[in-house]
Design a protein around this ligand. Structure first.
Ligand code: FES
Length: 102
C-alpha cells in the first residue's frame, strides 16, 4: 500500500476477519483518521479510493462502486473503492496507491 505521502508499506492482511482494503488502511493507520472510510464503507464517499498498481485479479465492480467512481474526483482507469474490495486469498500480492484526499 502506497500512502498519500508516496511511502510504500508491505502489510499482512487477515483473510478471516471479513475485512476490506479501506479497513486495512485504517488498521495500519496509513491515512490520517477521518480521511478514509468517511461513509463507513457504504460506497458513498470515495474517501477510500485507491489506484490498483498491478494485475492481481479483482472482483467485478458492483453498481454502487461504479456509480460512486463516476462522480468522484481524481478517478483514473485503475481506480477502485477500497471499501468494496474484501480481503481474500486471491488478493495476495495486490499493490495499491491511495488516491489524494479531498
Ligand atoms: Fe466511503 Fe469507501 S468508505 S466509499
Amino acid at each position: 500500500i502506497t500512502d498519500r505521502d508516496g511511502v510504500t508499506h508491505t502489510v499482512q492482511a487477515p483473510t478471516d476477519m471479513a475485512m476490506n482494503i479501506m479497513e486495512l488502511v485504517r488498521a495500519y493507520e496509513l491515512a490520517p483518521e477521518g480521511t478514509i472510510g468517511v461513509c463507513g464503507g457504504m460506497a458513498m464517499c470515495a474517501s477510500c479510493q485507491c489506484y490498483v498498481l498491478n494485475d492481481v485479479p479483482l472482483p467485478e465492480m458492483g453498481p454502487d462502486e461504479d456509480a460512486m467512481l463516476a462522480e468522484a474526483f481524481y478517478v483514473k482507469p485503475n481506480s477502485r473503492l477500497g471499501c468494496q474490495l474484501n480481503i481474500t486469498d486471491e488478493l495476495e500480492g495486490l499493490a495499491i496507491e491511495l488516491a489524494p484526499e479531498y
